[in-house]
Design a protein around this ligand. Sequence first.
Ligand SMILES: [Ca+2]
Length: 424
Amino acid sequence: MGKYFVPASRKFYNKYLHINMQLFCKVTVILLSVFASTSSANEFDRLRLRVKHLETRLNTEFTFRDEDIAEITGRLDDIDKVLNATIGKERPIPSDALKAGDIDFETVDTMKEDFTRLRAAFTEEKTEIVRLRREIPKIENNLISLNKDVKDYCEVAVNNTDHLLTRFEKVQNVHKDKITPEIKALESMAEQVQLNTKQIENIETLVTVILKHSGYSFWNSPCSLLRKINQNENKIYNHPKGFEIYCDQTTDGGGWVVFQRRLNGTTDFYRNWADYKNGFGDLNGEFWLGNEHLSLLTSDGRHELRIDMEDFEGNSAYAKYSKFKVYQEEDNYKLEVSGYSGTAGDSLDYHNGMMFSTYDREQDTYSDNCAEIWHGAWWYKSCHFSNLNGQYYNQPGKMDYTGINWRYWKNNSYSLKKVEMKFR
Ligand SMILES: [Ca+2]
């Protein structure tokens, strides 16, 4: 009797236990594999906790119901035993006892009593069995319900997993969109660096060639070198020896280092030896580059000199010399100039071989102080045929030997509007 339903119920539990454990494992594995590397860890943790909770609930339920079943089984076994015992006691009274007429009524009464008690017990047990039988469907229903919960929950978990997977993919795509342009920019930069490196190599090759063919330091013709590497703007450049230069890259093929400019009279040119040595003024305006720089750049190698000038009437002229050199300070910045060509006339030949003079360092051949008399600083001889560092007169047609004069273009003492001195 007890063996009738107990095994079937066990099968039932085992089946659901097995299915549910399989589901838990599956979901847990899916969740773990998908979210281990995502930023949705919190959501996943929450899901995992809820699944864990359900799992615990289910296990508790199984344990509890197993105890119930065990109890029922035990009781039914007891009933079996009692019934067996009862059947044993109902055996017929031995025939020899009947024959002898020696019936023990007391024994019969006892047996009757026992039988009545056992019958009552049996009835009671039967009622209990009926009650327990009624319990079984309830337990089964509970388990079915619990199992449905678990299934539903697993479904929700799987749906959430899909949702989170989609979200994860979206996040990945967003990152991809953001990162891709940056990677492209980096690749482009890398390409540019390669191009630049190649250009630098070309420049280095060019420099080597120039050095080989020029026979002197190429930095002494810095604007020519800059022009060769397509630095064609008229502007200030840095000289590697630590000072600035202004390059004229357009006049007469360019490559000119401008070392003097007169323009508007904003810069005072009546200055001492030290100022003319180190240079003064504004490279974008009026200035003197400095005898020290001139000497540094021209004392070695062969250089050309060009002087561009304008009057106040809108005319311009130039003087060009194929050889130009300014000696070192120990030679008093002596001028060496020759090979004239141009439209302005040769007003420097007179000064060739002269030392530089300022009002505080008179090195002319005149009895008096030329720089002081003619308000300038120049390679004065017995004073001048040119005086390009003279006084700026912002007066058209001003005739004065203290002015910016170039003897062989305009009248001897005509003071020019604009002058630029440059070498290359
Ligand atoms: Ca003198």
